[in-house]
Design a protein around this ligand. Sequence first.
Ligand SMILES: [Zn+2]
Length: 296
Amino acid sequence: MRRSRRRTRSKSKWIGRLFFIVFVVLLSVAGVTEAKVIKMQRKNGNLKTQINDIETNKKNLAEKNKKLLANIEEKQNLYKKKMENVKIAYLTFDDGPSSNTQDILDILDKYDIKATWFVNAHKNLEYLYKKIDENGHVIANHGYSHDYDKIYKSVDSFKENAKKLEEFISNITGKPMSKMIRYNGGSNNTKSHRYGGNDIMTKIIKEMDKEGYVYFDWNVDSTDASKYRQDKDKIVSSVLNYSKRKKQANILMHDLNPKTTTVQALPEIIEGLQKQGFIFDVLSENSYKPQFKKVK
Ligand SMILES: [Zn+2]
C-alpha cells in the first residue's frame, strides 16, 4: 500500500513537471510570436507611410504636369500669333546657272539668305549647281531644256524633259532632287499652244500632279524678263511695290547671262523687303503656292 502510494506521488510529480515544461515552452512560443507580430505591425506602418508619400508625390507631379501643359499651350498660342504676323519672301531665280550665279550667291551669303533656284541644264557649269546646293539653297525643276517647241510638243516630252533634269542634278549633288517644278512661261502660258495644242498645259499639269510634282508660279514679278536688260531701278521698284501688303511673296527673278541688273538690284530688294518686315525662306513642297492655272 505504502509502496503504491509513493509511486502515485512521484507520478503526479512528473506530470506536474511536464505541465510546467509545456507551460514554459508555450510561453516562449507566445513571446516569439508576439515579437513577430510587433515587427510586422511596424513594417506595415512603414509601408503605409511609403504609400502616403507616393500618393503625395503623385499629386505633386500631376499638378506640375498641369502647369507645364498650360505653359506649353500658352507658348504655342504666342508662337501662332507671331507666325500669323510673319511675312515671308521667297526669292526665286529661274533658268540658271549663268555667269551671274556666283555674284548672286555672294550677295545672298552676305545677307545670310537662302533662295530657290528653278534651274535648267547648262553643261560645264556643274560646279555652280554644286555651290548652290552646298551653300544651303534649294534647287528645283525648270526642265533640262527651256525650248518651248521641244518641251511643250506633248505630255511625254515635257515629262521626259523634267526627269532628264532630275538625273542631271542628282548626279551632281549626289541626292534625289525635289519634286518642285516651275512651268516654263508659267502654268497659264499660251505659247505652248502653238506646239502642243490649246489644252496642252491642262494635260501636262494633270500628268505631273499624278507623278507627284508640285508646281509654283509667282505672285511678285521683278519684270527682269520684260526686256533684254531691264533697268535696275525698275526691278527694285517692281519687287517692292508688288510685295507690299502681301504676307507671302514668291518673287520671280532670272539668273541668265544678260540679267546683270538683277544682280545689281538684289541688295536693294533684300533691304527693302526687310524694311517691309519680311523674313526670307526657301520653298518647300508645303510652302504657299501661287498657281495661275488650276486643274481639277
Ligand atoms: Zn524660265
